[in-house]
Design a protein around this ligand. Structure first.
Ligand SMILES: C[S@@+](CC[C@H](N)C(=O)[O-])C[C@H]1O[C@@H](n2cnc3c(N)ncnc32)[C@H](O)[C@@H]1O
Length: 258
């Protein structure tokens, strides 16, 4: 499967930074997607774990599924979170891997990085680090990670093949990629695929489930499995667009062969 790049990657990154700056600094704002504690409950995160986190660790959460649900992270594992935002999934991962493990979150939006770093300091976590970078050129060494996680992010990247190639590079043989992202059940018209507004609206950059699996396969991953459809946008401002293109979220799991 050949994945074409239909929007200018740098223009898209600039718009994404602009939009997610607001999610970091004004989390109670009006967005086209659910956020924070209501979203974590909708997506089935462990209530006790979420309740134990302070508001600033949860309020800017903007994922579309629960990547921890398909493969629990084990104590001692090294984890990379692609597009860590304000750090919610990294804080959940940090508890799971414990002090013998390590979590690296990568994001490109300065306000998200500042917020996640301040929260990690407030929580006194020294097994979590947030690095500035783009997913197309991950600032992580080859073969470092046991697991790569991601939540609602790869749809926002123009060159998805580059992201999966980078995920493959940073994983050790036998390591897992587990990510939640959006899939469209109906083909998107050409003008939607070329509209940056629809990409930042979490519609333009989605892929049919089969295309996500093709991207994983092309990058070298095996044992690919796909979780059930999640209605991540129901009741949000983005519901109309999501329904128009039959958009739902799924959690994907795959392995880098030994
Ligand atoms: C929808 S938010 C999700 C954040 C986080 N995963 C969560 O669940 O709350 C998308 C995040 O991905 C980041 N992002 C999008 N494209 C990126 C890229 N090409 N490189 C690095 N970060 C990116 C944005 O800065 C933003 O923080």
């Amino acid at each position: 499967m050949h994945d074409t790049i239909s929007v200018d990657p740098e223009a898209l990154r600039a718009d994404v930074r602009d939009k997610y700056k607001d999610v970091a600094t004004n989390p109670q704002g009006d967005f086209h997607f659910h956020t924070g504690r209501p979203l974590a409950a909708l997506l089935g995160y462990d209530r006790a774990v979420v309740d134990a986190l302070p508001d600033r660790a949860v309020e800017s959460f903007a994922g579309v599924g629960n990547p921890h649900s398909v493969r629990p992270l084990a104590a001692g594992e090294r984890v990379v979170d692609l597009g860590s935002g304000a750090g919610f999934d990294c804080f959940i991962a940090a508890q799971a891997v414990g002090t013998a493990g390590a979590v690296v979150g990568v994001d490109m939006t300065p306000e998200m990085l500042a917020k996640s770093r301040e929260t990690a300091a407030e929580l006194g976590l020294d097994n979590v680090e947030f690095r500035e970078g783009i997913l197309e050129e991950l600032p992580v060494e080859d073969g470092w990670a046991d697991a790569v996680i991601s939540n609602g992010v790869i749809n926002l990247v123009a060159d998805k093949a580059a992201v999966f190639a980078q995920a493959y590079r940073v994983l050790r043989p036998g390591g897992a990629i587990q990510f939640a992202d959006i899939a469209n059940g109906k083909p998107l018209p050409e003008q939607a695929v070329c509209s940056i507004d629809l990409w930042t609206g979490c519609v333009g950059g989605g892929k049919p489930v089969g295309d996500w699996c093709g991207l994983l396969e092309n990058a070298g991953f095996s044992d690919i499995s796909v979780g059930p459809a999640i209605d991540a946008f129901g009741g949000s401002g983005g519901e109309k667009n999501a329904r128009a293109f039959d958009v739902s979220a799924h959690v994907f799991l795959a392995t880098k062969p030994e």
